[in-house]
Design a protein around this ligand. Structure first.
Ligand SMILES: N[C@@H](CCC[C@H](NC(=O)CCC(=O)O)C(=O)O)C(=O)O
Ligand SMILES: [Zn+2]
Ligand SMILES: [Zn+2]
Length: 395
């Protein structure tokens, strides 16, 4: 039987499972082995959808009386990237100088490890209480997120489950534990622009049509002017160009086409639809008025494609939940957390339709990077915060 009181041991066991989306990698089995001895009943539904990988998920349920708290998160992790950049192998869970290294250490196997340790400690401290707790954990958050939390919530509700509150353990703190609670997230859309030109000799550009000249003006129009100045609850909308590709190894050939991808994180000035309309309009205007193209008699030939389903902007602010979480944070760290909607999106966007939800986890500085790591002290403190939160929730 696993001992689950130590968050660092829990995290090390989870990190040793190479669960890069969509692989389960043993992570859910390891979590199951931690939760079963605590009295949880475990189910492992697999969801499928054409065109996406099958995904394993886990729903663990401790039936009790009173309100029902859902701990939510994901065991899948992003790829390691270049292994030579890692000080320690990404799935070895090495501890050095009080820090535990490994892919998923903060995003977000660390949060799950602390959920488990806090629950184990709480149950030991109050053996006569019968709290109602569930773990809703997916293996598809970092990927398309189609066979994960969204379907798991629907599946559990269809079985008669309902929740009074949810705590998501994503790494919400930028620098220090206790700084930030997330109360919503920006939206996200991803697009690709392809400009078709005419390949030719670089010394005879009049016989060719250079698509790089075309795409420069299109991309410029996507960056300037700014989309907005930010709103009460959200940062300004931001577009990042993530790739520009012409597939051209030669220095004396004008390429036939240029392809660029971009991602926009947007605030509540926009919906995904209105933002996509704005992008379409900007591209159309820039295609007609392009200072870089020499022969403007031929219209610029380009196409725009949207990839993935958009993530919508949302707010989850629930003052009662925030106050009780802040009480726990203050008791452990002495800090009063500020409320934020910055950073990436999260599965709270699905949970908010079922119950009040709040997000709080480790320090996220190294998430998705080489040498992802967390301090052991933060793991202890986060466990203490979650335990205090449980005490308040079930008081
Ligand atoms: N591609 C997926 C969702 C991807 C979610 C991902 N979230 C994070 O990295 C969390 C970071 C944070 O907590 O700030 C993202 O924002 O890209 C989909 O579209 O469904
Ligand atoms: Zn995450
Ligand atoms: Zn992530």
């Amino acid at each position: 039987m696993m001992t689950t009181f130590d968050p660092a041991e829990n995290l090390a066991a989870l990190i040793r499972c190479p669960s890069v989306t969509p692989a389960e990698g043993g992570a859910l089995t390891t979590l199951q082995a931690m939760l079963e001895p605590l009295g949880f009943k475990i189910e492992r539904p697999v969801f499928t959808e054409e065109g996406t990988p099958d995904i394993e998920n886990l729903y663990a349920r401790l039936k009790g009386t009173g309100p029902h708290l859902m701990f939510a998160g994901h065991t899948d992790v992003v790829p390691t990237g270049d292994l030579s950049l890692w000080k320690h192998p990404p799935f070895a869970a090495v501890i050095e100088n009080g820090e535990l290294y490994g892919r998923g250490a903060v995003d977000m196997k660390g949060g799950i490890a602390c959920f488990v340790a806090a629950t184990a400690r709480y149950l030991k401290k109050f053996p006569d209480r019968k709290p109602s707790i569930s773990f809703l954990i997916t293996g598809d958050e970092e990927g398309p997120a189609i066979n994960g939390t969204d379907k798991l919530l629907h599946w559990a509700k269809a079985k008669g489950e309902s929740w009074d509150a949810s705590l998501v353990g994503e790494p919400t703190n930028p620098d220090r534990l206790g700084e930030t609670i997330k109360i919503g997230r920006r939206g996200s859309v991803t697009g690709t622009v392809t400009v078709h030109g005419t390949q030719g000799h670089v010394a005879y550009p009049h016989n060719a049509d250079n698509p790089v000249r075309g795409i420069m003006a299109l991309l410029n129009s996507l960056l300037i002017p700014a989309y907005d100045q930010g709103t009460e609850n959200f940062q300004a909308t931001n577009l990042e160009i993530t790739s520009i590709d012409v597939g051209n190894p030669a220095t004396n050939v004008i390429p036939a086409k240029a392809i660029a991808s971009f991602n926009i994180r947007f605030n509540d000035t926009w919906t995904a639809d209105t933002l996509q309309d704005e992008v379409t309009r900007r591209l159309s205007d820039a295609a007609q008025d392009n200072p870089f193209r020499q022969d403007k008699s031929v219209p610029l030939h380009y196409e725009l494609q949207w990839s993935e389903r958009p993530s919508h902007v949302f707010l989850t602010r629930n003052d009662k939940l925030i106050d009780s979480l802040n009480d726990a944070i203050k008791a452990v760290t002495g800090k009063q957390a500020t409320l934020s909607t910055s950073g990436g999106t999260s599965d709270a966007r699905f949970i908010k339709d079922y119950c009040p939800v709040v997000e709080f986890g480790l320090v996220g500085q190294t998430m998705h990077m080489a040498n992802e790591r967390t301090s052991l002290q933060d793991l202890e403190n986060l466990t203490a915060i979650y335990e205090k939160f449980l005490e308040g929730f079930f008081a």
